[in-house]
Design a protein around this ligand. Structure first.
Ligand code: PXP
Length: 392
């Protein structure tokens, strides 16, 4: 086994995806020409790390990463055993928060740093060596595709369901979601989303058909995996569909789709959509099981549910929920899925999600429409598009 990963974490530690980290460690061995090498990666909490820091470096407190090489003295490694890279996950969590990056990205940076120490790099020897080590770290991170991999800015898709809700409240013809969609596009939205519910409480069949003709960017049809709606999707051919769970009593989509619990059924719907050349996105909670099931079912995209992150009542809770979103997005990206995110995002919470390098597009409805009532739709969309595009 080239990489032995051991996690000895405190009970209240944030979850770490050890599979993802092991895969990255294995890939790093390849990238550094150490295919035959064996590496031990140990994940600890601050308490155990502080003990090691005191015992081996006579230093007080915890640190982020320590590397214990198997080789004796200076010079390149000769045997297969490279040594141990020990990482404090608790310190990594704090550093990730400070830098506004995902925990797994921070763990990857620390893994690279530790591995380079095992391979003979040492930033403490001289400035030139510090520069060389830093350059190699950046290079390996890029090779691992952890840098901004999409190469483009995060896009904004606007959900115009609420415009239809207002129209239906009066049972007349205005306001028209088709007109609203045009304004959103003119203001910079790069996609229009509508949810054709089985009970037709807001968007109507007529809206979907007209939008198919008028939307210039991309029409994303949100829908339940229900026979009647599947038939409409196949006939109208939106640019993509997003499968969501649907309950009659809910005010809005409440949770993610349980893909793992109905993988066969979802795979069949995806197969039928593929027959009509319609890519499918699955709206899922930030949960590894659902991501894995989405990939196995043949989805092209997942849309990560950001509701719990947005609904968090304390900063701490929000950070924890954000870490779950970031991790799920990273897992989905690594699995070859394209990754969108949405639900509950507003002018305070959107930018942090948009800044994740794995996220391609945000899907936002309520916050933009609520602001539009007060400041106008054009202005509300422009303001949100600027947040989505900004790099943090
Ligand atoms: N994504 C999905 C799958 C949704 O169901 C919704 C709500 O219609 C949204 C995004 C947009 O959520 P919000 O209206 O809270 O921005």
């Amino acid at each position: 086994m080239p990489v032995l990963l051991t996690a000895d974490l405190p009970a209240d530690s944030v979850p770490v995806n050890t599979h993802l980290l092991r895969r990255r460690a294995e890939r790093l061995l390849e990238l550094t020409g150490q295919q035959a090498g064996e590496l031990s990666v140990i994940l600890l909490g601050d308490g155990r790390m502080a003990e090691l820091n005191r015992a081996y470096r006579q230093k007080k407190g915890s640190t982020n990463v320590l590397a214990f090489a198997m080789r004796e003295g200076e010079g390149p490694v000769t045997g297969p055993l490279l040594g141990d890279v020990v990482i404090s996950v608790e310190t990594a969590v704090r550093e990730a928060r400070r830098e506004g990056i995902s925990l797994h990205r921070r763990l990857t940076v620390l893994l690279i740093h530790g591995l380079l120490h095992l391979l003979g790099f040492d930033h403490e020897r001289s400035e030139a060596e510090a520069e060389a080590m830093e350059a190699r770290e950046r290079e390996l991170l890029t090779l691992l595709h952890c840098e901004r991999r999409r190469g483009t800015m995060t896009k904004l898709a606007i959900n115009v369901d609420h415009v239809a809700t207002l129209r239906q409240a009066r049972g007349i013809v205005e306001p028209d979601p088709v007109q609203a969609a045009a304004i959103c596009e003119l203001a910079g939205a790069e996609g229009i989303v509508v949810h054709l519910r089985e009970d037709r409480r807001h968007i109507q069949d007529r809206d979907v058909r007209l939008l198919r003709q008028t939307v210039k960017t991309k029409l994303n049809l949100e829908m339940a995996a229900a026979e009647e709606i599947i038939a409409i999707a196949i006939e109208v051919r939106p640019d993509m569909v997003t499968l969501v769970p649907e309950k009659r009593q809910e005010l809005t989509t409440e949770g993610g789709l349980n893909v793992a619990g109905q993988q066969k059924k979802i795979a069949q719907v995806i197969g039928r959509m593929r027959g009509a050349s319609i890519p499918v996105s699955l709206f899922v909670d930030p949960d590894s099981r659902q991501i894995k099931a989405a990939r196995e079912a043949g989805a092209t995209f997942v849309e990560i549910h950001t509701g719990r992150y947005c609904d968090a009542r304390t900063e701490e809770e929000r950070d924890t929920e954000f870490a779950l979103v970031a991790q799920a997005a990273e897992e989905a990206y690594e699995a070859g899925l394209r990754v969108n995110a949405g639900h509950g995002l507003n002018y305070l919470t959107a930018a942090r999600v948009a800044a994740l390098e794995t996220i391609e597009e945000l899907s936002i409805g309520h916050a933009v429409m609520a602001r539009a009532i007060l400041v106008g739709l054009d202005k509300a969309v422009r303001e949100m598009a600027a947040l989505a595009r900004q790099k943090q």
